[in-house]
Design a protein around this ligand. Structure first.
Ligand code: GLY
Ligand code: MN
Ligand code: MN
Length: 421
């Protein structure tokens, strides 16, 4: 509210319920911005913030208690709960939102509301704005401009509090244990989906409510398909398997990738490429320090990968020219990381006024370089084709050295082979 300034109102609807098929809904997941500001996980809610309003600055519209409904669908906090448990100054039944809005908006200069985020509310908000504008001749003053609320919230979400970091550490810990178990069990499995099943079980068993995103389990050349989530193929001895999977714990995401040999031992080519990716990842993690800029981990990863690709004769030419011409893009086509938080690809801008952002303590990001040699890549010796590798960890910017939340999962050739034995 400090950032909004006086004479303003912010309106933030909860996430809409999504239908899966016919009368079956997806398990409800609250909108991350709504959750960040309210902690309230019920659907059909709207939060309103009005700085310096004497009757109360934080108003929550939510479902009313209803003994009969609650017998079927479970507990509701109701308006009393919204005030007592969630600290709303006032709470009203969600049914009166629309008719309350004009009174709440009247006299405010600025509306903070994200048009298009929950389209079902757009017409209501625009309708009330128009009503107020139509009354201008009777002296009514209505808002003149609609501003992005997301921009304010996302700047705040970018810097995690210590309580948030504790939850993120727990999400990382749960995910790390699951990855370790997947490595240990892999030799007994025949299909990618069996590894996925094990991960899901471990996440859920440890108290995570969901995966943070659909798990990627890609054996062999499937690892070269960056968003491979089919996970139906047979695991082949002699190939690698790439697992990119993370749990969501109390709405906070983890995001881990490990790549390891299906039968427990790396071949010479797999090892050479793997160690190159690992070297790039270690160098990139070293850059996650306050005062460095967002692109520095990426720049160093690209340099290490390009040098290594030249050494292995997968690329030919001068390293400087190859970097300049982005020759590495044939084998490394994504960036080295992203913000992580309530959303796996978390909010927050990467550039400020055209410049890469400077890292600050409390920011959390992934570091995830990879190499993907397509099975039909004719520019390289056949021995390299169909190998896909990524190594991904979750890293907190601290006052000093990078804090790797996911460091428990082995990632050297030796520690992986030992664990699998
Ligand atoms: N799992 C999504 C990503 O690594 O960005
Ligand atoms: Mn990631
Ligand atoms: Mn990932």
């Amino acid at each position: 509210m400090e950032r909004m300034g006086s004479d303003s109102i912010a309106i933030l609807p909860a996430a809409p319920v999504a239908v899966r098929n016919r009368d079956v809904e997806y398990k409800y997941r609250q909108c991350s911005d709504f959750l960040y500001l309210t902690g309230f996980v019920e659907s059909q809610s709207i939060a309103v913030f009005i700085p310096e309003r004497p009757e109360g600055e934080f108003i929550l519209f939510c479902r009313s208690k209803d003994a009969e409904k609650e017998k079927w669908d479970g507990f509701l906090y109701g308006q009393a709960g919204a005030v007592e448990v969630f600290g709303a100054d006032q709470a009203y039944p969600v049914e009166v939102f629309e008719k309350s809005l004009s009174g709440l908006m009247q006299g405010k200069e600025k509306v903070y509301y994200d048009l298009g985020a929950v389209p079902a509310y757009d017409q209501t908000i625009i309708g009330v704005l128009n009503q107020l504008r139509a009354k201008v001749r009777s002296g009514v003053v209505g808002p003149q401009a609609v501003y992005s609320l997301a921009c304010l919230i996302h700047e705040m979400r970018l810097i995690k509090s210590s309580q948030e970091l504790d939850l993120m550490a727990r999400a990382a810990e749960i995910s790390a244990v699951a990855h370790i178990k997947a490595m240990q069990a892999c030799r007994q499995f025949s299909y990618e989906y069996q590894l996925e099943a094990l991960l899901q079980y471990e996440f859920a068993f440890q108290g995570a409510s969901s995966v943070a995103y659909p798990s990627i389990v890609g054996g062999g050349a499937n690892a070269c398909v960056l968003h491979y989530i089919d996970n139906r193929a047979r695991l082949q001895p002699g190939e690698l398997v790439l697992i990119d999977a993370g749990a969501e714990y109390q709405h906070y995401a983890a995001d881990i990738t490990r790549t390891f040999p299906v039968s427990g031992t790396f071949s010479a080519e797999q090892k050479a490429l793997y160690e190159l990716v690992l070297q790039a990842q270690s160098a990139a993690i070293e850059q996650v320090r306050p005062g460095r800029t967002w692109d520095q981990p990426d720049v160093i990863a690209v340099r290490v990968l390009t040098e290594g690709l030249v050494d292995l004769n997968l690329l030919q030419g001068s390293v400087e020219t190859l970097i300049e011409e982005k020759a590495y893009k044939s084998f490394y086509m994504h960036r080295t990381g992203h913000w992580l938080g309530l959303d796996v690809h978390d909010v927050g801008t990467y550039k400020v006024k055209g410049q890469w952002r400077t890292l600050e303590p409390g920011m959390v990001l992934t570091v995830e370089p990879g190499l993907y040699i397509a099975p039909d890549c004719e520019t390289v010796d056949p021995c390299w084709r169909g190998i896909g590798i990524r190594i991904e960890d979750d890293v907190v910017v601290t006052e000093g050295a990078p804090r790797v939340l996911t460091e428990k999962v082995p990632k050297t050739v030796e520690t992986i082979e030992t664990l699998m034995r």
